[in-house]
Design a protein around this ligand. Structure first.
Ligand code: 5GP
Length: 189
């Protein structure tokens, strides 16, 4: 997606350790016009699938997931990263965070994810695939099915795409970053 790649080149910041910072337009301050275009692109890639729900994980997956849900007129469920005391019928899984270097529990209520659901999972980044694999596990525990996974940015030099391919689910990434250097970003073709 050219618009997105141009924006990453203009406003993204890359750091040692393979981190790309996009907090001026995705992760902290957000550009809703770009986010709408991202939603439109996800519709182009997933609109043909027989889904009834979008699933994401808080916090940065929520904006693109809502754009997609709005355009397809489907509900959006966000998996939580902190386990609330008040949640009923809770399902949980463990996820290792690459950026925070720690393992945490994620959860969702069975009230909003059931065996009738066919979902697309949306997130901001695909790095090592841990968040996506954790959410996939939750969806399976609910008896639901993931029919597609979409990421705004994939870091193809990490293991996520390879690991997710084993799930045999279509994966769509709108910008695939091949290398990240000191303020240098290169994309896959
Ligand atoms: P994974 O679970 O695929 O290893 O990592 C994906 C999650 O880690 C994303 O939800 C995202 O929040 C965070 N993440 C991974 N790499 C980056 C990065 O380079 N920049 C930012 N901003 N977040 C990242």
């Amino acid at each position: 997606m050219k618009l997105l790649k141009d924006r990453i080149l203009r406003d993204g910041k890359s750091f040692e350790g393979g981190i790309l910072k996009v907090d001026s337009f995705i992760n902290h301050q957000m550009d809703p016009i770009l986010m709408k275009s991202i939603g439109v692109e996800f519709v182009r890639r997933f609109g043909h699938l027989p889904i009834n729900k979008i699933v994401t994980i808080e916090a940065s997956g929520i904006a693109p997931a809502i754009m997609l849900g709005y355009l397809l007129e489907l509900p959006v469920v966000f998996v939580k990263k902190a386990v609330p005391k008040t949640m009923e019928n809770m399902l949980t899984a463990s996820v290792y965070s690459f950026t925070k270097d720690k393992t945490y529990d994620i959860c969702v209520s069975r009230d909003f994810l059931t065996a009738d659901d066919r979902v697309v999972f949306i997130d901001d980044f695909l790095a090592n695939g841990n968040a996506a694999i954790g959410v996939h596990e939750l969806v399976e525990k609910a008896g639901a099915q993931v029919l597609g996974m979409g990421f705004i940015i994939e870091k193809s030099f990490q293991q996520g795409h390879l690991r997710l391919r084993e799930l045999n689910i279509p994966i769509e990434s709108l910008a695939r970053v091949k290398t990240l250097g000191n303020n240098k970003v290169e994309f896959e073709d």
